[in-house]
Design a protein around this ligand. Structure first.
Ligand code: FAD
Length: 498
């Protein structure tokens, strides 16, 4: 069997794998990326966050390609959630530290977005092999040492590497080699059933590119405008409904249309639309969207990135952010160790600490968000009632909700909101209600949810990434974790704090 030698082998060419591969190759290390499919390939996960677009994508140097791709501009999210029937919006705030308008993200066709990132990894110096499926991990008691894969020609090959990055997505078969196991959340065990429509209505400007998430009695529906005419529509329901959607396309289509019919706002938006029935978007697909995290994100010689490591319910579009953020963190750790700057333990300890923290805060945020629909009596919503809250987050949440009156002006005045965030140095997210009544109960709750301590923390980190993407090395950061590291001057490695 032919054996090759690399510094790093990355398994999987989704956003997580392509980000890690590009940022390690950019430092001159030998990187091999193995991708099972031939791109472009379909993937779900179309709604992005600003930290990915303005932070990671800029670090990767793909902002021009992103702009040229003509993706739908997403200024925020619109929700029909909680008690109020009127939909309410949040907009991504302009970050005061960044010159230029970066208060938006994109809705992307993943076939296009993922291909941009994969080709960029190759352009940055990684060797990319498609149609190359990894089947086995080479490891001994001390560490992981490489992989075996089958190439496009059907021949088995062996790659020896100092590090293996598993970025092979939620169906990874190799993540157990990191030494841990996947633990599923009790609360978020859903099924998603989704398809595509031509001719759906758009929300009024400037929210026409927003993701719309609308709760109905048995779950919620996403409505993501991918172009002026194409819309991605998916129903998230309890996994106990799996039976209903067995039986192929006809049964899935019937079930999806049935859920849409029960969700007034989405039904109205699709009243003139037709379901796409041919090509890549012609299928109604089903995915479990269970939330989970592995008990270990790394062991000597290996790290897990993206869905291979953890996943959170899709309501806040965090999947690609978590994958690309983890790709960046892993690249920093790899570069620090390969460059001889830090020990493996120290560098990957930082990787795991930051990654877990990010996952944790989104998890808490999500729990609080789902709780807002708590009055619903259906199985889906009851099952989402979270009781085991972290007390400090809950206190922060309650305190903020209690302070409704004092926060009111800032919440309805974008200029003041920016000022407020400047003062508190967490400026990425804003919660300016725009549709309907500014003082609706649900609007207030949403605004204050964005003010929760843990949410502020994660926004601050996203903001750091975004700022670094825009300003390069011209930032100084404090360690995020007690006793932790800071990014190196070029943002691609770690350094001990001064
Ligand atoms: P992936 O994108 O899955 O890429 C993994 C790659 O690895 C694939 O290309 C695969 O072919 C390859 N691969 C697999 N096995 C092998 C192997 N053995 N050898 C070589 N290659 C291999 N996220 C958002 O940000 N916004 C959203 O709106 C959103 N909506 C979602 C809706 C649903 C219903 C679900 C389930 C998820 C959603 N997500 C969303 C999450 C998003 O899909 C994922 O988090 C994201 O795609 C993870 O990226 P990744 O790089 O880790 O993995």
């Amino acid at each position: 069997m032919k054996t090759e030698q690399y510094d790093v082998v990355v398994v999987g060419g989704g956003p997580g794998g392509s980000t890690a591969a590009a940022l390690v190759a950019a430092r001159g290390h030998r990187v091999l990326l193995l991708e099972k499919e031939t791109f472009p390939r379909y993937q779900i996960g179309e709604s992005l966050l600003p930290a990915t677009v303005h932070g990671v994508c800029r670090l990767l140097g793909v902002e021009a390609e992103m702009e040229a791709a003509g993706f739908m501009v997403k200024r925020g999210g619109s929700f029909r959630w909680g008690t109020n029937p009127v939909p309410w919006n949040f907009l991504f705030a302009l970050s005061p530290e960044i010159s230029g308008p970066t208060s938006y993200a994109y809705q992307v066709e993943r076939m296009k977005f993922d291909e941009i990132l994969l080709r960029n990894a190759a352009a940055k110096g990684a060797e990319v092999r498609e149609n190359a499926a990894v089947g086995e991990v080479l490891a001994d008691a001390d560490r992981v040492r490489g992989v075996r894969y089958t190439g496009a020609d059907g021949e088995a090959r062996e790659v020896r590497a100092r590090y293996v990055i598993d970025a092979s997505g939620n169906r990874t078969r190799i993540s157990t080699h990191a030494g841990g196991e996947r633990v599923y959340s009790e609360h978020f065990r859903n099924l998603a059933l989704f398809g595509y429509f031509e001719g759906g209505r758009r929300l009024p400007g400037p929210d026409s590119g927003n993701i719309l998430c609308a709760a109905f009695d048995e779950g919620w529906i996403w409505y993501i405008p991918l172009s002026d005419t194409l819309t991605s529509v998916g129903a998230v329901i309890s996994n106990t409904r799996a039976q209903e959607i067995q039986g192929g396309q006809a049964a899935r289509e019937k079930a999806l249309l049935g859920f849409i019919d029960r969700c007034e706002i989405v039904r109205d938006h699709l009243s003139e639309a037709t379901r796409v029935t041919t090509g890549t978007y012609g299928e109604v697909r089903v995915r479990k969207d269970y939330s989970y995290a592995n008990t270990r994100f790394w062991r000597p010689g290996m790290a897990l990135v993206g869905d291979a490591a953890c996943f959170i319910d899709p309501v806040f579009s965090t999947g690609v952010h978590l994958a690309t953020y983890a790709g960046l963190l892993a690249a920093r750790s790899l570069n620090a160790v390969l460059g001889g700057d830090l020990s493996e333990e120290r560098a990957f300890g930082e990787f795991e600490g930051r990654y877990r923290r990010e996952y944790g805060v989104f998890y808490e945020f999500l729990s609080a968000f789902y709780d807002m629909q708590g009055e619903e009596e259906s199985y889906f919503w009851k099952a989402k009632k979270v009781t085991a809250f972290d007390t400090s987050a809950m206190e922060a949440f309650v305190t903020l909700v209690g302070g409704v009156a004092s926060g009111e002006a800032a919440l309805t005045d974008p200029a003041e909101m920016v000022g407020r965030f400047r003062a508190s140095s967490r400026s990425l997210a804003d919660a300016v209600t725009a549709t309907g009544d500014m003082t609706t109960a649900s609007g207030e709750r949403m605004n204050h949810l964005f003010g929760v301590g843990v949410v502020g923390d994660v926004m601050q980190e996203m903001n750091q990434i975004q700022r670094r993407g825009v300003l390069g090395s011209a930032t100084s950061e404090a360690p995020l974790l007690p006793g932790g590291l800071v990014p190196s001057a070029d943002g691609l490695g770690w350094a001990e704090p001064a």
